[in-house]
Design a protein around this ligand. Structure first.
Ligand SMILES: [Zn+2]
Length: 109
């Protein structure tokens, strides 16, 4: 059942989604003999240098995976953009040096 109380998740999120197998802690459970429960989905986020994880309900998994992927794409694009800008700056500096050399200007030293 879809309810109006369903959490609205942000379109982009930091972090990654991973699965983990877990022990429930009960001594007579199969997981105590190494047959772990899972896999369960968790959202891992680095907060102030510490890795935090949050258990994801099945209904959240796809949405949060998508949000994390979008965010990762955005960050990659930003890195690429800044690379482009630095390349431009380097090129401009080179051009200026060449111009200086051509006209015999001396750099301020
Ligand atoms: Zn168990």
């Amino acid at each position: 059942m879809q309810t109006k109380t369903q959490t609205v998740l942000p379109k982009m999120m930091t972090g990654t989604v991973h699965t983990q197998y877990v022990r429930c802690g009960k001594q007579n459970c199969k997981c105590a003999r190494g047959e772990l429960h899972g896999a369960y989905f968790y959202h891992f986020v680095r907060v102030g240098g510490k890795l935090r994880k949050r258990y994801l309900k099945a209904v959240e998994v796809e949405k949060i995976k998508e949000s994390c992927a979008l965010r990762q794409q955005q960050e990659k694009r930003r890195r690429d953009d800044s690379k482009t800008v630095w390349n431009l700056i380097r090129q401009i500096r080179e051009n200026l040096r060449e111009t200086d050399a051509l006209y015999g200007f001396r750099g301020e030293k």
